[in-house]
Design a protein around this ligand. Structure first.
Ligand code: ADP
Ligand code: ZN
Length: 524
């Protein structure tokens, strides 16, 4: 018999008030609960902080038996179980950090209906499936962080692939997959990999309007540190994350902050698991204000007062970027994000890609990331359109909206650069090109005779930073390209040639040097 939705609505609402103290459901939650109660498979796509947990926890409470929750990290399971128990809900986790006797006892209690939510890792579930029958007492399988099953996702975990056996072994038990992953290939892949049967799909908006977006091209080292310390100073009682591409980068920023008296720590895969747990713990409990980390940090961090996220380098793709900035402002209050990027980042990321299994796909993803960084339209529009979400207005909460670029005819500037490239047979990289344009007298330049070409010094009116910014734009506009296989030398594209010949003109966005942030302000 089909359950009566009115009845479910009433009971679900009562549970929401009684166990969670909330008076109404958020968009989508009740529909998801109804579908789960009709024993249909469900795919829940909601951003971080959207309220996914309640979507399976309330069905777990409404149903007889127990809901098994698959979670990738022991720390995540522990947090959830603690929170549920604190609300008076019988929940437990079985995992390798418990004595096996305790685990066995927990399983027994769960199979007798005394535990409503039982958390375990995918490996554990597969192990248990081998010598236990879940038929009569499991009401629902909830797969948290379900994107871990997909190789397309940003956090593939091979252990998750075995979860495709759930549906094969227990076709009658509904499965609910939940993720905050926003890209379409991963979404579709989750349903396929888990063999979901005609699933109900809830796709929430992935916009996080409280998070401001800002990108800064080519900052020097001093500017980076100053900008980060000003960010810390703006939120003295809250915390933030600095993401770096390399372990060394994370160590360096951490050291710079420590010298200036900030309470900071570091987190990356080069540390022992004990060191990492400690760092995470100190961050969660507020002992340190800042964590300087690689992408290894963050999954399962449920800290509501992360007020800002800085990317010290360009992330490898938009998926990672979205996940990482999404760790800020989970409480829905104003949060700030800032991304620094440079040519060096692009070269580093490109070298990662060459070693990756899917160079074509990853290059495409990197290109989209670059386009985001160099966008001269509302960044939120670029971000959400990447995730195939319609968003038809400017957000008013990104750097482009707040400070739109001023455009000017940049044809002459572009021609100077192209001419210098052409006269050096396109055998030079970015720094040498700028040095030639600005008439530097450095030894290597003179040795190679570049001081004798016609364009030597023609661009000395512009600063190094200005040239850097304009060359970035030329790259984005497809006027020049980087030959990664030839020591990152710059090449002129056919489009660039037409500008050099004077057949076409080009508009550039004016670069303003941010004076305020370049002065050396120290924390007193
Ligand atoms: P997610 O797993 O999607 O990141 P959570 O399930 O942790 O999100 O929920 C995020 C926050 O929102 C939690 O503090 C949760 O208690 C709160 N929340 C969830 N649903 C509601 C609701 N209907 N009303 C008010 N707060 C809610
Ligand atoms: Zn905007």
């Amino acid at each position: 018999m089909k359950p009566d939705n009115n009845d479910i609505d009433l009971k679900a609402g009562a549970l929401l008030r009684r166990f969670y103290g909330y008076s109404s459901f958020r968009d989508g939650q009740l529909d998801i609960i109804r579908n789960a109660m009709s024993r249909r498979d469900t795919l829940v796509l909601m951003p971080t902080g959207g309220g996914k947990s309640i979507c399976y926890q309330i069905p777990a409470l409404l149903n007889d038996g127990c809901c098994i929750v698959i979670s990738p990290l022991i720390s995540l399971m522990k947090d959830q179980v603690t929170a549920l128990n604190a609300n008076g809900i019988p929940a437990a986790a079985i995992n390798s950090s418990n004595v096996e006797q305790v685990n066995a006892d927990t399983m027994l209690q769960a199979s007798r209906g005394r535990i409503k939510l039982l958390y375990m890792s995918p490996e554990r579930l597969i192990l248990e499936m081998e010598h236990r029958n879940f038929c009569n007492w499991v009401s629902l399988f909830a797969i948290d962080e379900a994107h871990c099953i997909s190789q397309w996702g940003h956090d593939f975990r091979p252990e998750y692939t075995a979860l495709n056996r759930i549906k094969a072994s227990y076709p009658g038990i509904p499965v609910m997959a939940l993720t905050a992953t926003a890209d379409k290939i991963t979404r579709d892949d989750i349903a396929t990999q888990l063999c979901l049967k005609n699933p109900y799909i809830h796709l929430a908006s992935f916009d996080r309007p409280n998070i401001s977006l800002k990108v800064l091209a080519n900052p020097g080292k001093a500017k980076r540190i100053n900008t980060i310390t000003r960010m810390i100073d703006r939120y003295p009682d809250d915390s933030g994350i600095v993401y770096c591409l390399s372990r060394k980068g994370a160590e360096t920023i951490n050291a710079e902050l420590a010298i200036r008296g900030y309470r900071s720590t570091v987190y990356h895969a080069g540390l022992s698991s004990k060191e990492r747990d400690e760092a995470q713990e100190r961050f969660i409990n507020g002992d340190v204000q800042v964590v300087c980390a690689t992408v290894a940090f963050g999954m399962g961090i449920d800290k509501s007062n992360i007020r800002w996220v800085v990317h010290n380098n360009m992330p490898r793709n938009m998926e990672s970027y979205y996940q990482e900035i999404g760790r800020a402002g989970r409480d829905g209050m104003k949060a700030e994000t800032l991304l620094f990027y440079s040519f060096a980042d692009i070269a580093t990321l490109q070298s990662f890609i060459e070693k990756s299994g899917q160079p074509a796909l990853n290059t495409e993803k990197l290109t989209r990331m670059k386009e985001y960084c160099e966008a001269t339209v509302c960044r939120r529009r670029v971000l959400l359109s990447y995730f195939n979400e319609e968003y038809d207005h400017d957000c008013g909460n990104c750097d482009v909206c707040l400070d739109p670029p001023v455009r000017f005819d940049g044809t002459r500037i572009v021609q100077m650069a192209l001419s210098a490239m052409s006269r050096t047979n396109e055998m030079i990289g970015l720094t040498m090109l700028i040095d030639i344009l600005r008439g530097s007298a450095r030894a290597e330049l003179i040795e190679r005779g570049y001081d004798r070409i016609k364009t030597y010094g023609v661009g000395r009116d512009l600063s190094f930073s200005e040239w850097n910014a304009y060359l970035s734009q030329m790259l984005q506009l497809g006027i020049i390209e980087i030959a990664y296989t030839e020591s990152n030398h710059l090449k002129i594209t056919p489009y660039g040639r037409s500008i050099l010949k004077g057949e076409r003109t080009v508009m550039l966005a004016k670069f303003f040097f941010d004076k305020a942030s370049s002065s050396k302000k120290r924390k007193s």
